[in-house]
Design a binder for this molecule. Structure first.
Ligand code: ZN
Length: 243
């Protein structure tokens, strides 16, 4: 059947409207390292950059199935600077930014998982620098008020980041066991600097540990970790029920 031009126009208008009012929350996942930066070397021959990409892809598939929009900072084995990673999240106006990493230790003796949020100092130094860098002045307020509003927003972001970090630790505890819980830590992790949304960095385990490294290379372990991350993220960002 040939559709009339009017019907086509109406359909186009409807789809444009739907796109503009997309209620799905946007999560940016950052698979750590990549390309020439292999990250930590695992016991079973895999590198951190491979594990983080595999995890990020699985978390994405899980979140998309739950009704989220998800963007990866890298889809392949590409080299990215730290700045480029957070810039993806800022440019897309992400609701959350989660950088995924695996750990290594001297002597290969440590194991467990931990989640980092920025220190207050890190947030402070970078927040202002970023506002001037991105050049998006606030409309209708003077400079002093804008600074106060920036502080309030950064405070709220930090609060939510901490909440997400605790949720990630809780979900990982459920699948990896309580003994490995190294807790929520504060650090001036450079990949989180400049994020304009709640941002965390999760170290899912020690890829170089003789036992944990082997576990992390297994698809079943990766699937469990990915599900834990997706569950923690979706708990933070409810999806609007379809009408
Ligand atoms: Zn790393």
């Amino acid at each position: 059947m040939k559709s009339s031009p009017l019907l086509v126009l109406a359909a186009l208008a409807a789809s444009a409207g739907a796109a503009a009012a997309d209620p799905r929350p946007l999560v940016v996942l950052d698979p750590g390292h990549g390309g020439s930066n292999r990250g930590a070397a695992g016991t079973s021959g895999i590198f951190e950059k491979q594990l983080t990409l595999a995890l990020a892809r699985t978390v994405r598939d899980d979140l998309v199935a739950r009704g989220y929009d998800v963007v990866l900072t890298r889809e392949h084995d590409a080299t990215l600077t730290l700045r480029q990673r957070v810039a993806v999240a800022n440019r897309r106006g992400a609701d959350l930014f989660v950088s995924i990493h695996a750990n290594a230790s001297a002597g290969r003796v440590q194991r467990g998982y931990e989640t980092f949020v920025l220190t207050a100092a890190g947030v402070d130094v970078d927040g202002r620098a970023l506002r001037s860098e991105t050049g998006t002045p606030r409309a209708g307020v003077d400079a002093a008020t804008a600074l106060v509003l920036d502080d309030v927003e950064r405070g709220a972001c930090q609060w939510e980041a901490a909440e997400l970090a605790f949720a990630i630790q809780r979900e990982l505890r459920a699948v990896r066991g309580g003994a490995g819980d190294r807790g929520v830590r504060q650090d001036a992790h450079h990949v989180l600097l400049g994020a304009t949304m709640p941002a965390v960095l999760v170290e899912v385990g020690f890829i170089d540990h003789p036992i944990e490294g082997q576990e992390l290379a297994r698809p079943a372990t990766q699937a469990a970790i990915a599900r834990a991350l997706a569950t923690a993220i979706s708990g933070m960002l409810p999806v609007d029920a379809p009408p």
